[in-house]
Write a protein that binds this ligand. Structure first.
Ligand SMILES: C[S@@+](CC[C@H](N)C(=O)[O-])C[C@H]1O[C@@H](n2cnc3c(N)ncnc32)[C@H](O)[C@@H]1O
Length: 154
């Protein structure tokens, strides 16, 4: 699995808990201190060091270096303005049947609100439209947290 936006490691721990015992999480964050924090959190949660690969850097610099078709799931929780670019990378990274997920797509209800919205919200609407209209994806929008958009690659 790939995680874009390691943060403090909360979502990473959940992803590791749902993986096979030999599954590896590749997690990317632009802030090296966050990776160090998450590394400690994973250890405290009982995961062996070889269960996670921590890659510092801008997601759009790191993702092109990952293997085509090598992943079952890509979990996106970083820069909302870049979600469409993460989608394009995910389609390359996922094996057929793999899943891409985007956290926070409701933007506090603003993605469905009327009236002028900031660029971040307009970009999220573009993402929702692109996923819905893609022939390559089977989407599901879940009311979990601030909205979780998941889509399986055909
Ligand atoms: C909402 S937090 C992620 C929270 C994380 N999922 C957790 O459960 O703790 C977003 C993270 O994305 C990282 N980030 C933001 N823009 C990024 C980018 N362009 N490339 C990589 N990481 C980025 C931030 O440093 C931050 O740690």
């Amino acid at each position: 699995m790939v995680e874009i936006g390691t943060g403090t490691g909360v979502s990473g721990i959940h992803l590791l808990q749902g993986m096979r015992p030999d599954g590896v999480l590749t997690t990317v964050d632009i802030e090296p201190e966050r990776l160090q924090f998450a590394r400690q959190a994973f250890r405290t949660a009982g995961f062996a060091a070889n269960r996670a690969r921590f890659i510092p850097g801008h997601a759009l610099d790191v993702l092109p270096r990952l293997t085509d078709g090598g992943y079952d799931l890509v979990f996106c929780d970083a820069d909302r303005l870049e979600y469409l670019a993460y989608l394009a990378e995910s389609l390359r990274l996922l094996r057929p049947g793999g899943l891409v997920c985007f956290a926070g797509v409701f933007a506090g209800g603003r993605t469905v609100g009327s009236g002028p919205q900031p660029t971040e919200v307009l970009k999220l609407r573009e993402l929702l439209r692109a996923v819905r209209e893609s022939e390559e994806l089977m989407p599901a929008l879940l009311p979990a947290g601030d909205g979780l958009l998941c889509a399986a690659r055909r």
